[in-house]
Design a protein around this ligand. Structure first.
Ligand code: ADP
Length: 632
């Protein structure tokens, strides 16, 4: 098992409001260089934007005040004694030497400068947007890889409790929401405040009194933004939760679409799906309402601010005569720039809240412990083969959140090469008992010892390599038929794959497929019959060549020809292997070296068929009621 490339960021020591999101930002750290270049580009583009605004000043001066920029600078300089002229005016005096004097030329010249600045600004803006989006996409890719790897290594119990669709929704939907958050934060959260900061600075240079007056509105706006953000976060978490319920519903009904159809339950499922969608719609509409409400509220506040600023500005221009019209025009342009930035930043908070909710769900998964290897080295004692016996010693197991033991004090010894048929009613604990052997779960009490080694001490990978599992419902993965037989290994030569298929009586049907072993099963085997899928699974187990076999015999009926081939394939598979088989066919039971009868998690009988018929009431009943009709 490979370790994820990127370690999972740890939670911050000091909890903050968006702590899950900030923690997720840890995934951006491998992309620090490009994030830094993006930030520097944002800074430069903000600076250039402000330079462009200040370049408008000479134009405004010429147009609004009817005064040339040269005359204005000369008048200002003349107010000082020689040698006392401040630096900015000396710089201005130097700069205007390059500006043509005639008004038309002044304006054309300044327009040229503004165009050059705009082009420069656009280049930095491109660098900023491209690099920040690239970092966001790469970080989310890493999160998805880490999460997938983590999920595959999580104990089986999690999937039993939460279902697979919950995990799917977190992997797909929540990581998408987080990607939006990364993009917005890197894109706008950095650029907009920088832009607004520069524009505010220019405004303060033009007239600090008016600028100070504008700043008074900021706390009110911040309070509104915060309030809406909290509401959006709550609604967003609820919506994400409902989305995973929706996925569960879709997955469940599509996997079981035959059952839905045969039970004519389309309407029933429609109603159920409708209810989930209604709830999702409510959450999403609520979110949209908060978001839609926040923009006009802020805009109204903004209008109010501009109105007040206009009144104060009019006073300064007409009564106090301390501000000229051109200055006011440029200041107004700064205000529009600041307002636009604020509007974007206000939306940003909502996106941040949504991403925070998504991050918290992602970390719920990432913080789940993966399968444990009990010893401290982390890998356990190596297991290289199987030589003697498997011993269950007083093994008990209880599923979390249940109040009864699924496996109750089971003691059983199986010698190498023996086959054990396990029989019992549904729910008697057969599947659970055999799930303990590859450590899908660990016993609540007691232990399982293989060749004298408690399997909790063993290397998990080593232990599992000794065990091949053939499940009741054959599993087909995306890929070709050959990939499915060699599953998980790419180094197996084709002749070994074919040999395994031949032994499993699968070769004949495979070569009849248009592309033979290279036929793609990307529809998860939709084009194969149940019996063919079962034989592919058996071929997989034969190729795996593990000394221990756990077999859950299929109960579903396949056609007689297939049935016969499967039976033969299973016999070959069991040959010379230590086999545990959850048996449903009478022939399998009779062929086993020993039969174990289970009832409510306990072993209530063990021995050969004839013995058990005499001594075990449960076995007798099972034999009479079920087995007789089903294959004996
Ligand atoms: P069998 O294979 O004999 O049909 P199982 O091993 O599947 O029986 O089930 C044994 C008991 O454990 C049953 O009571 C069943 O309801 C319970 N059980 C099985 N799987 C789970 C689970 N994931 N969570 C909680 N209880 C479970």
């Amino acid at each position: 098992m490979t370790q994820p490339d990127h370690p999972i960021p740890q939670p911050a020591k000091k909890p903050s409001r968006n702590r899950h999101f900030w923690r997720a930002c840890g995934f951006l750290s491998p992309y620090k260089p490009q994030v830094v270049v993006a930030i520097v580009s944002a800074f430069l583009s903000g600076l250039i934007f402000t330079l462009g605004l200040s370049a408008m000043y000479p134009i405004a001066k010429t147009l609004a005040d009817g005064e040339t920029i040269h005359h204005w600078v000369e008048t200002q300089v003349a107010t000082y004694q020689d040698g006392e002229v401040p630096l900015q005016w000396r710089l201005a005096e130097g700069a205007i030497a390059y500006v043509p004097v005639r008004p038309l030329y002044t304006i054309t010249f300044m327009f040229g400068i503004i165009t050059v600045l705009a082009i420069g600004g656009s280049i930095f803006r491109f660098c900023h947007e491209y690099l920040s989006d690239k970092s966001a996409i790469s970080a989310i890719n890493d999160i998805r890889k880490t999460l997938y790897d983590h999920v595959l290594r999580m104990p089986l119990g999690y999937f039993g409790k939460h279902g697979t669709s919950d995990v799917t929704s977190r992997l797909v939907g929540d990581s998408q929401a987080l990607q939006d958050g990364f993009k917005t934060v890197l894109g706008q959260a950095i650029a907009e405040p920088i832009k607004a900061g520069f524009a505010l600075l220019l405004a303060a240079i033009i007239d600090w009194r008016l600028t100070l007056f504008i700043i008074i509105f900021a706390p009110a706006m911040a309070a509104v933004i915060k309030k809406f953000g909290t509401n959006v976060r709550r609604a967003s978490r609820a919506a994400l939760q409902t989305s995973s319920t929706m996925l569960g519903q879709i997955e469940g009904t599509l996997v079981g679409v035959r059952v839905v159809k045969s039970a004519t339950a389309e309407e029933y499922e429609n109603v159920r799906y409708g209810k989930i969608m209604d709830s999702l719609q409510r959450d999403q509409v609520k979110m949209a309402r908060y978001e839609a409400f926040s923009t006009p509220t802020l805009e109204t506040l903004g209008m109010l601010a501009i109105g007040c600023v206009l009144i104060v500005a009019s006073y300064l221009i007409f009564e106090d005569k301390s501000l000229d019209k051109s200055g006011f025009l440029v200041l107004l342009a700064c205000l529009v720039g600041i307002g636009e930035s604020l509007r974007r930043v206000s939306k940003l908070n909502n996106v941040l809240q949504r991403s925070n909710a998504a991050s918290s769900r992602l970390f719920e998964l990432l913080d789940m412990p993966v399968e444990t290897r009990r010893d401290r080295s982390g890998e356990g004692k190596p297991v290289t083969g199987f030589d003697r016996d498997i011993v269950f010693e007083g093994v008990c197991f209880q599923y979390p959140n249940t109040n009864h033991l699924a496996v109750d004090e089971v003691s059983l010894t199986v010698k190498k090469g023996q086959s054990v048929a396990i029989v019992g009613r549904n729910g008697s604990g057969k599947t659970t008992l055999l799930a303990l052997l590859p450590r899908f779960y660990d016993p609540t009490r007691g232990r399982i010892v293989v060749d004298g080694l408690d399997i909790r001490e063993a290397s998990l990978a080593g232990l599992r390599q000794q065990i091949a599992i053939v499940t009741q419902d054959p599993v087909i993965f995306p890929g070709t038929i050959a990939d499915n037989i060699a599953y998980g290994r790419t180094d197996i030569p084709r002749d070994r794959i074919e040999a395994a298929a031949k032994q499993a009586f699968a070769h004949e049907f495979i070569i009849q497929k248009p592309q033979g072993y290279d036929t793609s099963l990307d529809g998860l085997g939709g084009q194969l019959s149940g019996g063919q899928k079962q034989r592919l699974n058996i071929a997989r187990a034969i190729l795996r060549n593990s000394p221990i076999l756990v077999l859950d015999e299929a109960t579903s009926q396949v056609d007689a020809e297939s049935e016969h081939l499967i039976q033969q394939a299973i016999e070959r598979l069991m040959h010379e292997r230590t086999t545990f088989v959850i048996a449903h066919r009478f022939s399998t039971i009779l062929a086993a070296d020993s039969i174990v009868v289970m009832e409510q998690g306990r072993i209530v009988g063990q021995g050969k068929h004839d013995e058990l018929l005499r001594s075990c009431e449960t076995y007798k009943q099972l034999y009479e009621r079920q087995l007789v009709g089903s294959g004996g």
